[in-house]
Design a binder for this molecule. Structure first.
Ligand code: CLF
Ligand code: SF4
Length: 481
């Protein structure tokens, strides 16, 4: 059997869409440099300037390649856990190859650590395999909604192929052939291919099991079945004719069937159906912080940003290794020795404000995301990165709409007993404390790994930790588990 080496750009462990674990820790940035499309899907209506609509195909600003590179460097400097830059629209990236490859070329030089990603309908894919591999694009998504042209004719009203507009079954047949051909070529080059399929009730719902079988047999890394988004106000064909969206139960049932009886992996279950200009962790959109105007006003040191991102990655790896050790020791079999039950040890849930994932260096007012840990006598286990809808403080000296956003912060941290940050003002301190979240800035600028056990011991010494199971239960709602 021929062994295929992975593409140099293939790194699923850092990719928030390719790894469920990575999506808690690493962000993606979508660059909207691809306005044109070479096909029409009945569920698509590309829109600009629609900040409140969150679905693929919608963007607030179209970018030139130069603007896209500038934006990447700015975002990569402000969000050090950025790991992936994807081009996913608002049209089809490979119907706009000049712009797309100009961006990839520039980023290979100025942000070589960022993973490049592309999402396409696949019609032009076989023509661009070499170029994608030259730029180390190690992750490619192809949207395959059917492998049967008769079903395709109900999804795609037309395609533009070799300068002609084709319709109906003939169009769908060419599209499917090109998608599967592109898939084979990418897999042969070690690129990690993900297939997205839109579940359209009454059109391809029964058929997607067959799509899953075909693409899995071809060696795809992941299959991501997403629900049709179809509302009249979106102006799509399906929206206008009242084509219904699938229910959550229908989607879950189909994903289960495709995952197989053995619970085989290979299905993606955490897709957020992002906008084509999304910024941040999956499910989060920080695009409004990086408009063209704001990006132009930022001064960016892109070389320093590469160093900072490397530090964040190392910190994540360290935390994950720590977590793996923790889990391993917690589940280590006890052999034949029968142990007496040990008293339950309460776990202290701590929120940490950190810009680099290593040091407690963030001011409460400036934090958009907290790192959440569970600390116990066995060590500190990283739980997740948790975001706020907005910052408490909008400026260096004023606290802007802080009073309005504090309830949001309290809500987001309600299961945490301690909040560690570099600085925090008196105004937010008291309401946080009243909500059972103890602010603490005494460990400012210390390493997270050093401060967490110290905080745990402080709580233990001051009698706020009580190791009786009953107490642990009663405190569970206040940050103890
Ligand atoms: Fe973007 Fe897509 Fe790359 Fe991810 S999204 S181009 S693979 S970096 Fe991810 Fe968003 Fe779902 Fe796409 S959650 S819509 S699957
Ligand atoms: Fe819209 Fe993408 Fe379909 Fe083109 S391929 S019509 S951009 S959904």
């Amino acid at each position: 059997m021929e062994l295929i080496s992975p593409s140099p750009g293939a790194s699923p462990a850092l990719h928030p869409c390719y790894s469920e674990q990575a999506h808690r820790h690493f962000a993606r940035l979508h660059l909207a440099v691809a306005p044109k499309c070479n096909i029409q899907c009945h569920y698509c209506n590309r829109k600009h300037d629609c900040a409140n609509e969150s679905r693929p195909g919608v963007v607030s600003e179209l970018l030139t390649p130069e603007q896209a590179v500038q934006k990447t460097l700015a975002v990569g400097s402000a969000i050090p856990h950025l790991a992936v830059v994807g081009i996913a629209g608002p049209g089809d990236p490979l119907a706009n190859p000049e712009a797309v490859f100009a961006v990839f070329r520039a980023l290979t030089e100025k942000a070589p650590d960022l993973t490049l990603c592309l999402s396409t309908n696949g019609l032009a894919l076989p023509d661009h395999i070499d170029e994608l591999c030259q730029h180390h694009v190690g992750h490619v998504t192809i949207t395959v909604n059917c492998v049967d042209p008769d079903i395709g004719a109900q999804i795609y009203p037309w395609i533009v192929w070799q300068g002609r507009r084709l319709r109906g079954r003939e169009a769908a047949e060419i599209l499917i052939t090109r998608q599967l051909q592109g898939l084979d070529l990418l897999v042969a080059r070690g690129v990690l291919v993900k297939i997205n399929s839109v579940l359209i009730p009454g059109v391809n719902d029964q058929h997607l099991v067959e799509v899953n079988r075909v693409v899995k047999a071809k060696g795809v890394f992941l299959h991501n079945i997403v629900p049709l988004i179809s509302r009249p106000e979106h102006g799509t064909h399906y929206g206008k004719i009242g084509q219904r969206e699938p229910t959550d139960a229908e989607l879950a049932a189909l994903r289960n069937v495709c995952a197989g009886e053995d619970g085989e992996t290979g299905m993606m279950n955490h897709c957020q159906q992002c906008r084509a200009d999304a910024v941040g962790l999956l499910g989060q959109d920080r695009g409004a912080e990086f408009t063209l105007e704001k990006v132009a006003a930022l001064s960016v040191d892109w070389q320093a940003a590469i160093v900072k991102r490397a530090a964040v990655r190392a910190a994540v790896e360290q935390r994950l290794a720590m977590q793996a050790r923790f889990l391993q020791s917690a589940t280590r079999p006890s052999g034949t020795v029968r142990r007496l039950p040990t008293p339950a040890t309460p776990t202290l849930r701590v929120a940490v404000g950190s810009t680099d994932g290593q040091t407690i260096d963030a001011h409460f007012g400036q934090v958009r995301e907290f790192l959440i840990y569970d600390v116990s006598p066995h060590g500190a286990q990283w739980v997740e990165r948790r975001s706020l809808n907005s910052r408490y403080c909008n400026g260096p000296t004023t606290c802007g709409d802080g009073n309005a956003t504090l309830p949001d912060a309290i809500q987001a941290l309600q299961d945490c007993a301690v909040l560690l940050c570099a600085r925090i003002g008196f105004e937010p301190w008291r309401p946080l404390e009243n909500a059972g979240i103890q602010p603490n800035s005494e460990h400012a600028m210390e390493s997270i790994t050093g401060a967490l056990p110290a905080v745990y011991q402080e709580w233990q010494k001051s009698g706020r930790l009580d190791f009786t199971p009953a107490s642990a239960r009663s405190r569970a709602q206040n940050g103890f588990t």
